[in-house]
Design a protein around this ligand. Structure first.
Ligand code: AKB
Length: 320
């Protein structure tokens, strides 16, 4: 049977980039993007979907003979702290609806992202291990630890081919992130290209694990295309791209835009960042499905400005 893929949360930061890539790989008409909000960029088949409603999800799966789901909808770390019970309910209800639908409709594969937010102060700061202690400090992290365990449960109990990555902070030019603690690393590029000063809500020396969108997409596709017998982790794989502090990112941007200025005014997100690792050991992913990132800090900055300048019709092409 032909692969028919449903992307849930397609208007989000990863979905905006992933849905068109999946369409390129699997062919026009074989990818159905869906979101609770109307489509922003996507030009292929789109379904308005509230994934907290199991009936709505089932109707979309039946309508399009879906065989795979990428479930990207979630309330992230910073936003979740404003209303923890609401964030938990959304993250859990959508997850369980997707897993139950996968069982009921016997889907071939399911992708459920996790996050470095599963880690907490007891996980270890540097090169945090695949099997580190998971005692997160945010409701988002708590919901992702639960999600990882539900994925493993559905795999072992019902033989569902669920796969997952612990994404670091994702840096992308296709859309703005929303509600995360790592969002500064995207916002800063927009301020820089607009010739504005950036006020950073983290301290200058707060190192966090990050990944450029091209590497995040590469990891997602490589994981999903890996033969099932090579997947040894059914909770979620550690994934590393690069690690940097706001000051290191600022310096790299300054090499391209020398007049760029920054100031630091830490807010509540500092405590969240302080509870997360600085760097991640992803050797299990490297071993199991030969994961290897491609982008370092300078290359990422050049690429970001190339595409942001293109969006703004500016002449930054020389930096790529
Ligand atoms: C966030 O900051 O909440 C997210 C994440 C690390 O999952 N970007």
């Amino acid at each position: 049977m032909k692969d028919k893929i449903l992307v849930i949360g397609a208007n989000g930061q990863i979905g905006t980039a992933l849905a068109p890539l999946l369409e390129q790989i699997y062919g026009e008409g074989n990818v159905i993007a869906s979101d609770i909000n109307n489509p922003v960029h996507y030009t292929g088949i789109f379904e308005h979907l509230d994934a907290t409603k199991a009936d709505n999800l089932a109707a979309v799966i039946k309508k399009h003979d879906i065989t795979q789901i990428y479930h990207l909808a979630a309330i992230l770390s910073a936003r979740g702290e404003a209303d923890p019970v609401w964030a938990w309910n959304i993250n859990m209800q959508t997850l369980l609806n997707v897993l139950e639908a996968s069982r009921e409709f016997k889907l071939d594969k399911v992708f459920i992202p996790s996050s470095i937010a599963v880690f907490g102060p007891s996980s270890g700061k540097v090169m945090t291990q695949q099997n580190a202690c998971l005692e997160p400090s945010t409701v988002y992290g708590v919901s992702k630890v639960a999600a990882e365990n539900w994925c493993s449960y559905y795999h072992h109990k019902y033989d569902i081919d669920v796969r997952s990555l612990r994404y670091p902070g994702v840096i992308s030019h296709q859309s703005m992130p929303g509600g995360g603690t790592t969002d500064y690393a995207v916002d800063i590029f927009h301020k820089a290209i607009n010739g504005e000063k950036y006020t950073c809500y983290l301290k200058k020396d707060t190192a966090l694990p990050m990944i450029y969108i091209d590497d995040a997409l590469k990891a997602t596709i490589e994981l999903m295309e890996a033969p099932a017998e090579t997947i040894t982790v059914r909770t979620s794989y550690n994934l590393s791209g690069l690690s940097f502090t706001p000051e290191e990112l600022y310096q790299s941007i300054k090499n391209i835009i020398p007049s760029f200025e920054i100031e630091y005014q830490p807010d509540f997100r500092q405590a969240i960042a302080d509870s997360w690792p600085e760097s991640i050991d992803d050797s299990v992913a490297r071993h199991d499905w030969e994961w290897e990132p491609e982008f370092d800090l300078d290359r990422m900055c050049r690429d970001m400005f190339f595409y942001l300048a293109k969006q703004k019709d500016m002449a930054f092409q020389s930096v790529k």
